[in-house]
Ligand binder design. Structure first.
Ligand code: HEC
Ligand code: HEC
Ligand code: HEC
Ligand code: HEC
Ligand code: HEC
Length: 325
């Protein structure tokens, strides 16, 4: 009897899933809408915390948790420098209300939201459009728990530029075609967008992009270094030819780029150049910077390192060696 009952339940369950898939395949809009209404989870349109989105979008939530966006409101430096989060001009970009203002356009200045501030820059900031009352994303999907709308604008650098304003202008000036997303949200392969049963079964895998928003690090090939003898000394030229914004770049943070120049086998640098957006001397895209150093060594070594705003440790970008004379 028990066996039979179980079998019956299982059968019912398969019919249910089968029916679901059938409706999906048939693409019958009316039925789909009816089902969507049954599965609609209304609180998702009331700007819930990221954790709530993570109930289905588990993997994306995990990645986002590791990102600086998740730290934007709770970062110690931010708390200190914004006078314990009382300096009003600091707050909007660090815990922003959804940035979509009307169809396909973005706010000029992000506004401070009222709830779930600790989530900083979270799912709702980038994906929820309060005017269309829907999630906005790169795909045309059937997402019963919440309405979704495809909008190519989410793939544009303008989205990031709402808050990364200085970096955005630098990027525009560079004339680069790659968007911020194409570098800072790298493709991580085809995967399911949700991990909650039964949605995984009802949807196909799609291209996923990293929601860790890595800062990345410039490669040796992104920077050109040249050394040229001149009278009783030598010039060192440095050009950022690979990163289509300043190196380093920042709106409010204080990242730094260090160029150490060594003569012969000395372990003490003859000169150290420090570039930082706070001192307004970053390496602009394709604009060479040079320095003159007295003395004529037979070898010169140049080492470039960077330090991100929120890290104490420096990371090495590359090392260049020259036998010049
Ligand atoms: C109960 C499960 C569930 C929850 C909770 C949920 N989603 Fe979704 N979401 C889905 C499903 C299902 C899809 C469609 C997946 C597919 O097509 O592979 C989807 C798709 C999406 C997409 C892609 C839309 C597109 O057009 O490209 C975005 C963006 C999204 N959700 C954002 C969110 C955000 C933000 C939250 C929290 C406010 C959230 N979701 C909460 C189930 C959920
Ligand atoms: C609503 C405002 C906002 C939007 C929109 C936004 N960001 Fe950010 N982003 C921030 C803030 C604030 C931080 C700094 C958080 C911290 O470290 O305290 C940040 C940090 C970052 C970092 C890390 C920098 C570092 O030093 O490690 C990267 C990379 C980044 N964002 C890329 C992007 C990209 C790409 C987009 C567009 C898809 C984007 N951001 C959209 C506000 C935003
Ligand atoms: C700073 C803005 C930003 C934040 C915060 C953010 N996303 Fe996204 N998300 C994007 C962008 C931009 C894309 C499109 C990337 C692409 O296709 O190049 C995207 C893509 C997606 C997709 C489609 C699949 C994929 O991986 O490309 C889903 C689903 C999604 N996001 C859900 C979420 C959820 C859930 C959260 C919170 C845990 C979240 N996003 C946080 C900007 C953001
Ligand atoms: C061609 C790829 C590429 C594009 C396009 C790009 N970046 Fe970057 N970005 C990088 C690399 C590489 C770094 C790491 C630089 C370093 O070594 O510190 C970086 C660093 C950053 C940082 C961290 C601070 C720093 O200087 O290290 C932020 C913030 C940032 N980018 C934002 C953006 C935004 C916003 C856009 C779009 C307007 C964008 N990036 C476009 C490659 C790119
Ligand atoms: C226009 C949007 C915007 C405003 C306004 C803004 N920030 Fe930020 N902030 C950013 C972005 C984007 C980043 C990511 C790195 C960068 O570009 O500097 C950031 C990064 C930071 C960082 C470095 C990351 C960290 O957590 O250590 C600090 C500190 C910071 N901001 C403090 C402030 C303070 C203090 C104010 C007010 C004086 C402020 N911000 C106002 C957008 C903004």
């Amino acid at each position: 009897m028990i066996v039979k009952l179980r079998y019956f339940h299982r059968e019912k369950f398969f019919y249910f899933i089968f029916g679901f898939i059938l409706i999906f395949l048939l693409g019958c809009k009316k039925l789909k809408n009816k089902f969507s209404n049954i599965f609609l989870e209304r609180d998702l349109l009331e700007q819930p915390p990221a954790q709530r989105c993570g109930e289905c979008h588990k993997d994306i939530h995990k990645e986002w948790k590791k990102s600086r966006h998740a730290q934007a409101w709770v970062s110690e430096d931010f708390i200190k420098e914004s006078k314990n989060r009382t300096d009003e001009k600091c707050l909007g970009c660090h815990a922003s209300f959804p940035v979509w203002i009307e169809e396909s356009s973005f706010a000029k200045e992000p506004e401070l939201r009222e709830k779930h501030l600790d989530d900083g820059i979270y799912c709702v900031s980038c994906h929820f459009d309060p005017h269309r009352n829907t999630m906005v994303g790169p795909y045309d999907v059937w997402s019963p728990p919440h309405p979704s709308q495809k909008d190519e604008k989410i793939l544009s650098s303008h989205l990031c530029g709402v808050c990364h304003q200085d970096t955005f202008s630098e990027w525009q000036r560079s004339g680069a075609e790659n968007t911020c997303q194409s570098c800072h949200m790298p493709d991580i392969g085809k995967k399911y967008l949700t991990q909650k049963f039964p949605f995984g079964f009802l949807h196909s895998k799609k291209k996923r992009t990293s929601h860790e928003f890595p800062a990345l690090i410039a490669q040796q090939k992104d920077i050109d270094v040249k050394v040229q003898k001149h009278i009783d000394g030598f010039y060192v030229y440095v050009v950022n030819k690979g990163v289509p914004h300043n190196l380093p770049t920042a709106d409010q943070g204080n990242p730094k780029l260090y160029v150490f120049i060594y003569k012969d086998n000395s372990s003490e640098p003859a000169e150290v150049l420090v570039f930082s957006p706070q001192q307004e001397n970053s390496l602009e895209y394709m604009v060479p910077v040079s320095t003159y150093i007295e003395g004529v060594p037979s070898r010169v070594k140049v080492v470039i390192e960077r330090k991100l705003s929120w890290k104490d440790k420096r990371d090495k970008i590359g090392e260049w060696n020259f036998d010049i004379f």
